[in-house]
Structures are given as C-alpha cells and as structure tokens.
Write a protein that binds this ligand. Structure first.
Ligand code: PMP
Length: 350
C-alpha cells in the first residue's frame, strides 16, 4: 500500500478470485465456468468485421442486447440493466440500496462482505441451518436490505420461489436483491415477481449457463425505478461498461437459447452422476441446484483433498472460512472430466 491511498480504503480486505493458472492445463473445476464453448452464433459474431470496428466506442445503452433480453424475459427495456459481469451490478446494488445496512447468509458469495466494507455498509449474517439451507424467516421484516444468492453460493442449496416472495413481501420498504448466477441449473427464477414488487432486483450472468465468463456480461431485471437508479450510477462511473464484442456475443447467445438449455440439462445430469459417485465413496454432498457440488469426506480435510487433486492436475476450490474448511467446491464439468475426477478421488480415499 502506498502512503497515498485514501484512508477510506486502507482497511479493505480484497476479494480473492479463484485461481486462473496460466502455466499448465488443469481439469478446471474451481470457478464454476461452463465446460462447453459458446454457441456457434457467438463464435460467428466475433469476426474480423466486428473486431475492425473496435476503433469506435460501444453503444452505452447497449440497445440491441437490452431489447433481446427484455424479449426473452418478457419485460420492457426499461426493466433491464447490463454491466461488466454481475459482480459489477452487485457492487452498484450495495452502493445504491444499502444505506440502512444489509443482511445476507453467513455462508454465501464472498464478495458480499467486500462490497459492504467498500461502501461502508453495516451487515448481519444469519447462520445457515445444519443442512446448509437458508432459514427464510431470518429475512422476514429484515429492517435493512437483503441480498440472497439463490441457489446459494458455495452450497448450491436453493430456496423455493414462494419463500423468496414472502421475503420480498415482508420487506416492502427495503430492496431485496436475488443473485441468480446459478438459477439455470435447477433453481426457480424470481424474474416474474419483478413485475409485481417495486423492491425486488434480480441479478443474473452470462458467465455460467451461457458459457461466457470471459466476456464479462451480467444483467439485472427489476422495476423501472431500481433500473434507473443503477443507470444513474453507471453513467456516473463508466457509461461504456460493455465493450462492442461482448454486446454482439450477448445478442448472438440469446438467439440460440436451446443450445444453452441443452448444456444445462447435460450439466444437471452430470451433477447427479457426480453426486452419486462421490456419495458411494463415502462423501457428503450438499443438495446443490447449481453447477457445482460442495463435498466433504472423513478421509481427509478439505485443504488436503484440494492439494492432492491439484497435484494430479484437477483444480477444485477450497475456502479457508472455518465454517466450510472441511469441504471442497467442485464445479460440474463435462461427463468425461467428472469421470476422471471420480477415478482420482477413488484412488485418494482408498
Ligand atoms: N454471484 C455469484 C453467487 C457468483 O458465484 C458469481 C461468480 N463468482 C458472481 C455473482 C459473479 O459472476 P460474474 O461477475 O462473472 O457475472
């Protein structure tokens, strides 16, 4: 740290992203990316003609992409906000809507505490139940904003839509943010509720189910007022927050939704295979509706398992948080990758 850094930020503990090793090829099951490439239309959209226009700024309103998302989700363009990954949108949401504090679960996406600290937002973190499910009553009449990942991060456990609606309804004067990064792998989306409730913001991403983590494209769907607030912040920081290529890729991806639906179906099938195989090897796995499993074994602690897998060319995620330090988070890759993982795990625990 230099002596010039604002004292506001001197005490910040930054978010630590999952490893992105550049040195060797791993079976990469550590950052919940899709094992499948973007659809053919996306590959075609990023062509020489598109690249040759990079001398021109992108459309700050990203109209084509906003309209395509609005059509796909049955909302108006005034209900859609786009940014450079859903992390960027969550950052804006903590900046915009959390003056009175925020509640999120004790085990969830690690970035929430970082955004809270960055924006000086007080936060409370109710514990999960022993099966790692969220107790929805912890969020009724919260008295502050609520941010819930559904399915939840790190555990993959989902709340039913009826419970999300109860939380939204019981907090009419607070914003409830539902982070649906993993919703396409078996969760129930709260997007339809955004037509009825002026305090509900749903955040999604192209990084997981739409195979575009490297393009950095996140979107939020919500009532007009909340979307206008997010745009106010965007136009006060970086109006060109989405580059030209990402906008083209996003529109192309939406034109081939069935390709992505089929990939999600395959990932859910492979998730079931992996859960069954690990359970047969004595593991405990959470009831994940996401593209990952949180898994533990009595044979060794989470960090040892992570290291032994890494030594054998398989990268999974281990968290130092004492609440889940016995566990590893394993992204669901292709069927072939997961069969390799299961084979290696079998050798390690035998
Ligand atoms: N929310 C959750 C729960 C996540 O796990 C992630 C991915 N790390 C994100 C949001 C951010 O995803 P992105 O910025 O790639 O859209």
């Amino acid at each position: 740290m230099s002596r010039f850094l604002s004292s506001r930020y001197a005490g910040l503990t930054e978010y630590v992203p999952g490893e992105q090793p550049q040195d060797k090829q791993y079976i990469k099951l550590n950052t919940n990316e899709s094992p499948y490439p973007p659809s053919p239309a996306v590959l075609n959209a990023i062509n020489t003609a598109a690249v040759s226009q990079l001398n021109l700024y992108s459309d700050p309103d990203a109209k084509l992409l906003v309209n395509a998302l609005a059509a796909q989700y049955g909302v108006g363009p005034e209900n859609v906000f786009l940014s450079n990954g859903s992390d960027d949108i969550l950052n804006f949401a903590f900046m915009a809507f959390c003056d009175g504090g925020v509640k999120f679960p004790e085990i969830t996406y690690g970035f929430y505490t970082v955004y809270a600290a960055l924006h000086g937002v007080a936060y409370e973190t109710p514990a999960l139940r022993p099966d790692f499910s969220i107790d929805p009553s912890d969020y009724y009449n919260a008295g502050c904003s609520v941010v819930l990942a559904n399915p939840n991060a790190q555990t993959g456990v989902a709340l039913p839509l009826t419970e999300i609606e109860r939380i939204v309804r019981s907090n009419p004067d607070q914003v409830v943010v539902i982070d649906e990064a993993y919703v396409d792998f078996g969760g129930e989306s709260a997007v339809p509720l955004t037509r009825q409730y002026d305090n509900l913001l749903v955040v999604q991403t192209f990084s997981k189910s739409r195979s575009m983590a490297g393009a950095r494209l996140g979107f939020a769907i919500g009532p007009k007022g909340l979307i206008a607030d997010l745009n106010k912040l965007k136009y006060s920081t970086n109006p060109y927050n989405l580059n030209r290529l990402t906008q083209l890729a996003g529109v192309a991806a939406l034109s081939e939704q069935s390709y992505y639906d089929e990939n999600c179906r395959r990932i859910m099938e492979t998730r079931q295979y992996t859960r069954d195989a690990l359970t047969a090897l004595g593991f405990t796995c959470t009831n994940s509706q996401a593209n990952f499993l949180l898994a533990r074994t009595d044979a060794m602690d989470g960090e040892t398992l992570y290291r032994k897998l890494k030594d054998r060319g398989i990268l999974v995620r281990h968290f130092s948080d004492p609440l889940i330090t016995d566990w590893v988070r394993i992204t669901i890759g292709s069927q072939e990758q997961m069969e390799t993982l299961v084979g290696v795990v079998e050798e390690l625990v035998r």
